[in-house]
Design a protein around this ligand. Structure first.
Ligand SMILES: *Cc1c(COP(=O)(O)O)cnc(C)c1O
Length: 219
């Protein structure tokens, strides 16, 4: 299928209330421009270096989301323009983003990445860590950050019950935190599991290969 068919095929499966983040990592600027021309404005990349190369070559009204693990020493390269950092997994990183956002006289939106997968995943906060950081944010510890959502990845498995169980854990946390301070976005679901994620309450999905095609190497 063509890029256009893929894109419209995915869009047709998303309710109007669900945001699509088109994950363009490893794909060339020309493909991103094409999808932008279909009307897509929100794109996700997982590496600072790749984003830094692509950013100047593409329209300035793209809302870039960083979805991959972010090292504190790289925040400064994207702080001026990044729309949302979905992969915040430590207090140290929150402090650094806050600092760089202040330097740029702006507020940066972030999602807390929460470990929900049963499989060993390196990155992501435990539930209690996420609750603690959210409390600190509400108390005013990070004035140049707005925590607007939660992000999570389910185990890579065919077992749909397992996936549902994991997504539901994040949905419960989302509802709990949302009672303390409004949260807007629950980011769950990728090419293989976004319909299940939506069933479980996701209002934003991160879809890469189902739009752009398979990547040459897995990441
Ligand atoms: C690569 C990636 C995606 C998209 O994965 P696909 O299976 O290609 O849709 C979503 N979220 C994160 C965090 C990713 O790294």
């Amino acid at each position: 299928m063509s890029l256009q068919e893929n894109y419209h095929n995915i869009k047709s499966q998303l309710p109007d209330t669900v945001e699509l983040v088109a994950v363009s990592k490893t794909h060339p600027v020309a493909a991103i421009q094409e999808v932008y021309d279909f009307g897509q404005k929100v794109f996700g990349e997982n590496k600072v270096q790749e984003l830094t190369e692509k950013y100047p070559q593409l329209p300035k009204d793209i809302q870039w989301h960083l979805i991959g693990h972010l090292q504190t020493n790289k925040v400064k390269y994207i702080a001026e323009y990044i729309d949302t950092i979905q992969s915040v997994d430590s207090e140290k990183l929150l402090n650094e983003i806050n600092k760089e956002a202040a330097k740029n006289n702006r507020t940066i939106k972030v999602f807390l990445q929460v470990k929900i997968a049963e499989e060993d995943s390196k990155f992501g906060l435990d539930i209690s860590e996420a609750e603690n950081l959210f409390q600190k944010f509400i108390s005013g510890d990070f004035p140049n950050i707005e925590i607007t959502g939660l992000m999570g990845m389910a185990t890579f498995t065919e077992d749909e019950d397992q996936i549902k169980k994991e997504f539901s854990v994040l949905k419960n946390l989302f509802d709990k935190l949302n009672e303390k301070h409004t949260l807007k976005t629950l980011s769950m679901g990728m090419s293989d599991d976004f319909p299940v994620a939506i069933e479980c309450g996701a209002n934003s999905v991160r879809v890469g290969s189902a739009i752009f095609g398979r990547r040459d190497y897995s990441q």
